[in-house]
Design a binder for this molecule. Structure first.
Ligand code: SF4
Length: 434
């Protein structure tokens, strides 16, 4: 588990944005320093909405900073489904994710005793997010039977229970629906939350309550100091859909909503942007950043091919690394089971590790390149010197690497080239010459 030293009781600190206008609360100074930022700079970035720290004051967690100038963070989704409802297993997966380096968890449960599952996940010491419409639809029986009152009451309850950030699909409004009808997509809508809102709007003919009553939503979140994650209900679900109108329509709406959240002292981040070809990733990141005034950006993927199913964690990491190097701040783990099944524990661990690689690749670029990445520099010297202990000290996954290296009992070099080790050969030659 990373950054254990920051685990602490969060004191009640309503409206962190407001507090940061006059400086960083002392209990967050260590977080700033760990990110390589001065407390003053971090306070300024939080006050401007360029960094968020999702941490509900009602819980004790190890908070993390997400946004400009911070290390890229990794979220892991867990949660039951109707297809597989085993709350015990979800706890095992949650703990495995934390062990593999997750910075945050999202509970996406849709089956079983949702409150009890959430209570158990909220007992873990890291930031936890939810998608309240899942529980609201479960309680209503169907998306069509949902009411605005029920949805807002679930949001208020989850705020009180200690949820740190919430995905709320406020941008799935009539404009987005009209764009979807005007410029249809092969995959329609692939966001579960987005689909619920579309179904409700079509059934009732009314506007999405999260959009229509957005000021009221902001009041609830500001009072609870819960971070708003503006959901990407219109994200494309296939590469062929990436250029369609609905996604861009939602971006513009999220830009306006982001601005209003910031003015209401609500910490907010933006979600996006779905499946797309690799050459579109960077400009999508930059476009979202531009219209949202550089709000922290939280991504699932992006998935840069649709036909590598079973390896979607790799596909997501390729997109995630490009996105993080272009400015995305928070990557959601994609597991090898994506598009196939609810992931098991091993798939959660694998997906989390691969997402951490993508985050680190992005960090190298965000920090200014290899010359500003001390661990990369130390690794180069350790490899040159065939110093295996020094190499393990820099690796993201040293135990796994050591298992592979040790299996052929090679000590000084490795069994890849054995006595023809290029590194050793050139080093010995140069040493002899000297
Ligand atoms: S044996 Fe080959 S792969 Fe292994 S350290 Fe030497 S050059 Fe690298």
């Amino acid at each position: 588990m990373q950054n254990n030293k920051f685990q602490r009781q969060m004191v009640l600190m309503h409206a962190l944005i407001r507090q940061c206008r006059s400086g960083l609360p002392p209990e967050l100074e260590e977080i700033a320093l760990a990110e390589g930022l001065s407390p003053g700079r971090m306070a300024d970035a939080i006050a401007r909405g360029h960094i968020v720290i999702p941490a509900n004051p009602r819980r004790t967690i190890r908070p993390v900073a997400i946004g400009a100038g911070c290390r890229v963070k990794v979220n892991v989704n867990i949660g039951t489904s109707q297809g597989r409802c085993d709350p015990e297993l979800e706890m095992v997966k949650a703990e495995a994710a934390i062990g593999a380096g997750a910075d945050a968890l999202m509970d996406l449960s849709t089956a079983g005793d949702l409150k009890d599952i959430r209570r158990r996940i909220l007992s873990l010491p890291i930031a936890v997010g939810t998608v309240p419409i899942y529980e609201a639809v479960r309680r209503a029986g169907s998306a069509q039977d949902l009411t605005a009152d029920l949805l807002f009451s679930v949001i208020r309850e989850q705020c009180r229970e200690g949820v740190d950030f919430m995905t709320l699909h406020c941008g799935v409004n009539r404009d987005a629906l009209q764009a979807l009808n005007l410029d249809p997509r092969v995959m329609g809508v692939v966001s579960r939350g987005g689909a619920f809102h579309i179904a409700w709007m079509v059934a009732t003919g009314e506007e999405n309550p999260l959009y229509a009553e957005y000021d009221y939503l902001l009041e609830i979140l500001a009072e609870a100091d819960v971070t708003l994650s503006l959901g990407d209900g219109m994200r494309p679900g296939a590469l062929i859909d990436s250029g369609k109108l609905a996604k861009m329509t939602e971006y513009l709406t999220l830009g306006r909503l982001s601005h209003r959240a910031q003015n209401a002292d609500v910490q907010r981040m933006i979600e996006g942007p779905g499946h797309m070809p690799i050459n579109e990733v960077a400009w999508n990141v930059k476009a979202i950043k531009e219209v949202t005034e550089n709000a922290p950006l939280y991504l699932l993927g992006p998935l840069v091919t649709d036909i590598a199913t079973g390896y979607d964690h790799v596909v997501g990491a390729i997109g995630g690394a490009i996105a993080a190097s272009a400015g995305a701040d928070f990557l959601c783990m994609v597991s090898p089971a994506e598009h196939l099944a609810l992931p098991n524990k091993e798939e959660i661990i694998e997906g989390t590790r691969v997402a951490r690689i993508a985050a680190h690749v992005g960090d190298i670029v965000r920090r200014g390149g290899a010359s500003e990445s001390p661990e990369e520099i130390r690794m180069a010297y350790a490899r040159r010197d065939l110093d295996w202990d020094a190499q393990y000290a820099e690796m993201l996954f040293p135990e796994y690497a050591q298992q592979i290296h040790d299996r052929d009992s090679e000590r000084e070099t490795c069994s890849m080239c054995g006595d023809l080790c290029a590194v050793k050969m050139v080093r010995d030659l140069l040493q002899k010459k000297e």
